[in-house]
Design a protein around this ligand. Structure first.
Ligand code: FE
Ligand code: FE
Length: 401
């Protein structure tokens, strides 16, 4: 049994990877080829794109040849992945198998310093591709050292496709075209999850997401009209934060993300809520306006790594409000109601109130929106009723609050 192992971060997989695997398949003619996205590779810093998405993108390799399969082995390991552990696993799973390890040319240089490198060199045949004769010459001492330890190295003769994941990410971040560089399967995941927009390849786990970044994201995700609304809400939210003593940057971030999922299909919104056990009992009966708000919170938390609960709550409750609204909740709710692009009949009155009394403005806004919903025979969220009730109680009878 000959197994060709192709590990990597695949963040994202690109046409260079596909061509490399194709060449190796021809040369090695294995019974099985395993594409294995790494967990946290020992030689790299933790990077942004979650393993699951990298795994999804690797479906691109499957169409190359029926012998190609993906493996979750390294993704499922806690902590860092080490090739030595993977090789042990393959030996257990397919006793007596012959293992060919497909690596980038440069990796030959450091191979012996990998975890249990000497042992690994005996266990596998390395399969590498070098760009040209100059590179082959540069690698020569490393190859000699490997052979001295009993290692075997196969060089692929085919020309190298000059491409790197870093290059793809950089292009993506600067709005460049990547359609011709990555396979369609990966492109779909990149687009769908808006990967690599920040340029650092760590979009998804960034702890603090900047307003500037969120603006870019909004522009990319939303139609022109919705984007303009979003920018208006952000402008007003910032102003209100300043006026009422909230964190301006947080207000702007929450505002820029508040409608980020608004244009996704309903089925997708409901699926996001189901996947995250939000409103599991009654999501479908809730007013549709609250779906995109809750989905926006899920998106901010999971895909952008926003951890600030105030921001997450402000996004989640921007359409319904809720009892015990925080200052940021109130600001986002009102900024959404009174942004420049709004033109309903009561908006001027609300804008005026908003200049001097946030709570009073909010009470009026909730009264208007509940009245409107009743008149239009639209469902009313219990959170909105409770929000109004608790605000009126605090405002008019503070002694009871
Ligand atoms: Fe909204
Ligand atoms: Fe909105």
């Amino acid at each position: 049994m000959r197994i060709l192992l192709f590990g990597g971060t695949f963040d994202p997989p690109h046409l260079g990877h596909l061509s490399l695997l194709q060449n190796a398949l021809r040369r090695v003619d294995p019974d099985l080829a395993l594409v294995m996205p790494a967990g946290t590779p020992p030689h790299k810093q933790a990077y942004g794109t979650p393993g699951e998405l990298r795994y999804q993108m690797c479906s691109a390799f499957l169409k190359i040849d029926p012998r190609v399969h993906r493996s979750r082995f390294e993704l499922d390991q806690p902590g860092k992945s080490y090739t030595a552990h993977t090789v042990e696993y393959l030996r257990r799973r397919w006793p007596g198998c012959e293992i060919f390890l497909l690596v980038g040319g440069d990796m030959l240089l450091s191979f012996l310093s990998w975890y249990r490198g000497d042992w690994l060199a005996e266990q596998v045949t390395l399969v590498a591709q070098s760009r040209d004769e100059a590179e082959t010459a540069r690698l020569e001492p490393a190859v000699r050292a490997l052979k001295e330890r009993g290692g075997r190295v196969l060089f692929l003769d085919e020309p190298v496709v000059e491409l790197s994941s870093t290059r793809v990410r950089e292009l993506c971040a600067t709005g460049g075209e990547i359609e011709d560089l990555v396979p369609a399967e990966a492109l779909r995941v990149i687009r769908r999850h808006r990967l690599y927009l920040s340029g650092e390849g760590e979009v998804e786990t960034k702890k603090e997401v900047s307003a500037e970044y969120c603006k870019k994201l909004a522009k990319r995700n939303l139609s022109g009209k919705r984007y303009r609304h979003t920018v208006n809400v952000a402008k007003l939210a910032r102003k209100l934060a300043k006026r009422y003593g909230a964190d301006e940057e947080k207000a702007e971030v929450a505002a820029l993300l508040h409608d980020i999922c608004k244009e996704r299909p309903k089925s997708e919104l409901l699926q996001m809520l189901r996947d995250n056990a939000i409103m599991t009992q009654n999501a479908a009966e809730k007013p549709q306006g609250v779906w995109h708000a809750a989905a926006g919170m899920v998106y901010a938390a999971q895909e952008l790594g926003v951890e600030d609960q105030e921001i997450l709550d402000a996004i989640r409750f921007h359409t319904s409000g809720r009892p015990g609204m925080t200052l940021l909740d109130k600001i986002i709710y009102m900024a959404d109601m009174c942004s420049e692009d709004r033109s309903y009949s009561e908006v001027e009155e609300l804008r005026k109130l908003l200049k001097k009394d946030l709570d009073k403005a909010l009470i009026r806004a909730l009264q208007y929106s509940l009245k409107w919903l009743r008149e239009e025979h639209k469902p009313i969220d219990e959170d909105s009723r409770e929000a109004l009730r608790s605000l009126e109680e605090q405002y008019y009878h503070p002694q009871n609050a």
